[in-house]
Design a protein around this ligand. Structure first.
Ligand code: ATP
Ligand code: PRP
Length: 210
């Protein structure tokens, strides 16, 4: 039975390749240069579909893909309905954090009880500030979050931090860590039952490789 694996371009794809290679599975086209969205592998029973990182859980939830690899940031934000998460692959590691301009007085703003936050992680940010007892006005963005506090769109951002280079280059500092992030293997619950043997063998490959 063919298994469909949903991946996103960039770091998740490139960090997944070596894991597949441990089982001698080669991906037969490079998604960075090919315009193809369905990519065969050297294993005739495994094909890859290329989707946006935030769309990976959606394809898997509806069964359009049997399995996928998605960041914990995306899974926290959009939920785990209909999904199993058998393995933390420990790839694409970073943290999700609150960050602000170097000279921003966060403690004072928290004391005042109201803050404006730019982020693509609306639910995560809302929950974080609710937990602190602070009213957060959330502004949803789709990228370049670091710009928002520099041009007066928001006081702080909630975004991913890895090396810290992006924050540093924009005179921002990390203020509060919210959660450690890595990518997980996600599995459609129905596929897991109907294609148990094939999916379990892919799970075993990832389990051994990590
Ligand atoms: P989209 O295309 O949907 O906007 P994206 O641009 O966030 O997604 P990527 O940048 O490839 O896509 O990020 C995919 C995943 O990799 C994220 O969900 C996160 O878990 C992780 N990630 C993002 N940025 C970093 C980083 N700087 N270092 C390590 N891991 C990261
Ligand atoms: C991510 C994230 C930060 C940056 C942090 O962006 O949104 O901007 O990485 O990494 P750093 O701490 O190592 O600088 P990404 O590189 O994925 O760019 P994109 O969201 O525009 O694709």
């Amino acid at each position: 039975m063919t298994i469909t694996l949903a991946l996103s371009k960039g770091r998740i794809f490139s960090e997944t390749l070596p894991l597949l290679k441990t089982a001698n599975i080669e991906v037969l086209e490079d998604p960075e240069t090919s315009r193809k969205l369905i990519i065969p592998t050297s294993n005739p029973d495994l094909r890859i579909i290329m989707v946006r990182a935030t769309d990976v859980p959606t394809y898997v939830r509806y069964g359009a893909a049997d399995i996928g690899i998605a960041g914990k940031d995306v899974l926290i934000e959009y939920g785990l309905d209909g999904l199993y998460t058998p393995i933390d692959l420990e790839i694409a590691k970073c943290i999700i954090a609150v960050a602000a301009p170097n000279n921003f007085d966060y403690a004072k703003r928290i004391e005042q009880g109201r803050i404006t936050v730019a982020t693509k992680y609306v639910k995560t940010a809302q929950e974080h500030f609710t937990h602190k007892g602070v009213h957060a006005d959330i502004i949803k963005l789709y990228g370049s979050m670091e710009l928002a506090p520099l041009v007066g769109l928001a006081d702080v951002i909630v975004d991913l931090v890895s090396t810290g280079n992006t924050l540093k280059a924009n005179n921002l500092k990390m203020i509060e860590k919210i959660c450690e992030i890595s990518s997980k293997l996600i599995v459609n619950k129905a596929s897991y039952k109907t294609k148990l043997k094939d999916i379990q063998s892919i799970i075993n490959i990832f389990q051994k490789a990590k």
